[in-house]
Design a protein around this ligand. Structure first.
Ligand code: HEC
Length: 390
């Protein structure tokens, strides 16, 4: 019963996380688009304006230079989408990766951590990531966007490498994304919103707002926009064992961060009219190089294998979880509906078994049932020689 309720909690939290995340990123993409499509105005107080049609209505948006001459009666703020994305995301992190640390976070072959140690490292990485980023932005380096970008990218590569030296691939990828996501929400909470509050207060007091607030807010929202695609990748990465389960998984993460960032760069340039093709070409090229470098290696002529040996391995290493009534604590049903209890079902899953246990070592999770490399090789030979069950 308890496990069943936890599954429901997981579903509701994930659903909410998606909804508020879409609201946040949607608004953020929209405002970047808006800013970059403004047309110059004859009015000297107006930075630009544009007309749009959506949902059966015409809209006219204007952006003021600095601030409007007087405070409007109602001013809409955009912040709860970001805060709720973090709150629901953190809740999911705790529920899935910390409560289920032995399955999703720890991999004894990477580092044999206890559950409290793994959770401690995970939480510390969030705080440390945010601290280092803030320090960089506030240092003299923060005034040079190109240098700051280069240093941040180098540090992200170190982070990707470091996380994969302590956690299993899946847990490492989600922490990388959670750190970036925390930085993004931190930018909203610590810089963008307080700056806007000061701007509004200045206006109410009849003073000109400090342009530094506007500039800092702009810098942080630009960072957020380039982080978006990499973060979204890490959020779906757990479905793709060939990414987090690859032997050079940290490099996959670095390459996908770069590709996602470049593709976003191209989109932003395109908004401004006429983007050069190179950011897109480089981003997509990087994805193709990645795809090619990590293609499954064709094995030597596969030797036939007796199915009874395969069955013995699956029974010992997989059946605790992938049975109609799993015996592994905390599971109510076979994960992802993958059943491996009969020869036919094992054969039906041959391709995914190959992807999960041979191409990537994603199953068993955290190698909880201590599957050996010889066993993985035997499953590979069986599958490559046609996955026969008689
Ligand atoms: C300790 C429990 C456990 C064991 C043991 C285990 N699995 Fe899994 N398996 C899971 C969980 C949990 C998932 C769902 C992962 C997710 O949410 O992405 C899963 C998912 C899968 C999937 C579907 C992956 C996808 O993304 O569609 C396959 C295939 C699979 N396991 C095969 C195996 C094989 C083969 C073995 C034995 C070598 C095995 N598993 C052992 C828990 C286990």
């Amino acid at each position: 019963m308890e496990a069943y309720l936890l599954d429901w909690l997981n579903l509701l939290a994930r659903w909410a996380h998606l909804v508020v995340g879409i609201a946040w990123i949607g608004a953020s993409f929209y405002f970047i688009w808006l800013d970059n499509h403004l047309e110059p105005s004859a009015d000297s107080k107006i930075a630009g304006d544009l007309w749009a049609i959506h949902g059966g209505g015409f809209y006219h948006a204007e952006k003021f230079k600095g601030a409007p001459p007087q405070m409007p009666a109602r001013l809409h703020w955009f912040k709860w989408e970001a805060y709720w994305t973090w709150i629901t995301g953190f809740f999911l992190l705790v529920l899935v990766y910390y409560a289920g640390a032995e399955m999703y976070l720890i991999d004894a072959a990477v580092m044999p951590l206890s559950q409290p140690a793994a959770i401690g490292i995970g939480l510390a990485s969030l705080v440390l990531g945010l601290g280092v980023y803030e320090a960089l932005c506030r240092s003299p380096l923060g005034r040079n966007d190109a240098a700051l970008g280069a240093v941040m990218f180098a540090l992200l590569a170190v982070l990707a490498w470091g996380l994969t030296q302590v956690f299993g691939g899946r847990g490492a990828f989600i922490h990388y994304g959670a750190i970036l996501g925390t930085i993004m929400v931190g930018n909203v909470a610590h810089v963008i919103i307080p700056g806007q509050r000061r701007m509004v207060a200045a206006l109410a007091a009849g003073r000109a707002p400090d342009p530094k607030d506007g500039a800092a807010g702009k810098q942080r929202s630009v960072h957020n926009t380039y982080f978006t695609l990499p973060v979204l990748f890490t959020m779906i990465s757990s479905h793709y064992a060939f990414t987090f389960g690859a032997s050079w998984n940290w490099l996959v993460l670095v390459a996908l961060t770069l590709a996602g960032g470049l593709i976003r760069v191209w989109f932003v340039m395109r908004h401004k009219g006429g983007a050069p093709a190179w950011p897109l070409a480089l981003g997509v090229g990087l994805l193709l190089v990645l795809m090619f470098s990590f293609r499954p290696k064709t094995q030597d002529k596969a030797l036939p294998v007796k199915f009874e040996d395969v069955k013995r391995i699956v029974d010992a290493r997989c059946l605790g979880c992938h049975a109609p009534k799993p015996t592994f604590a905390g599971l109510v049903a076979a994960p992802k509906g993958v059943l491996l209890d009969t020869p036919e079902r094992i054969r039906a899953q041959a391709a995914t078994i190959y992807a999960q246990t041979v191409a990537a070592k994603a199953m068993p999770p955290g190698n909880l049932t201590t599957m050996t490399d010889e066993e993985r090789a035997l499953l590979a030979r069986w599958i490559l020689s046609g996955a026969k069950i008689d």
